[in-house]
Design a protein around this ligand. Structure first.
Ligand SMILES: [Zn+2]
Ligand SMILES: [Zn+2]
Length: 139
């Protein structure tokens, strides 16, 4: 996804029925510019030095709102940890057990060839792989 400027982001939020406060707009911009699939805590830690009035509650509420309005999707990588992704194109994730990074991977999944899915309507697909990334050598 291409980086968007503040004016674009604000009108995008308005289009999606979200009141475009500076904090909300900046959180969304951060997600688009940093496809690192951050948790709400990570978003807070990254943006807090810049948005000093930002609270953790605001980040949690904002992410909840973004998910509800369908502009961000939650991804569940491990346990109860929820990470956020602003990229809605069909893609999977690879979690490196060594450095902990979550990478986007292109998948071309032909779901129509899966016979068990006949008559099912797919709303979302979450594909998660784990292992070791190319930069890490530990097992
Ligand atoms: Zn790694
Ligand atoms: Zn992703």
């Amino acid at each position: 996804m291409i980086s968007k400027n503040m004016a674009c982001i604000k009108s995008f939020l308005i289009e999606n029925d979200i009141k475009p406060s500076i904090q909300r707009a900046r959180i969304y911009q951060f997600l688009v510019d940093n496809p690192i699939h951050p948790t709400a805590d990570e978003i807070y830690n990254q943006l807090n030095p810049e948005l000093i009035t930002l609270s953790k509650t605001t980040v949690y509420n904002t992410m909840h709102l973004f998910v509800e309005k369908g502009i961000v999707q939650p991804i569940h990588v491990e346990g109860n940890e929820v990470r956020y992704d602003a990229d809605f194109s069909q893609h999977g994730h690879f979690k490196c057990d060594c450095c902990g990074k979550v990478f986007d991977i292109n998948i071309d999944l032909n779901t129509s060839s899966i016979t068990q899915l006949k008559g099912f309507k797919i709303k979302s697909i979450q594909m998660l792989m784990s292992g070791t990334c190319e930069k890490c050598s530990c097992q």
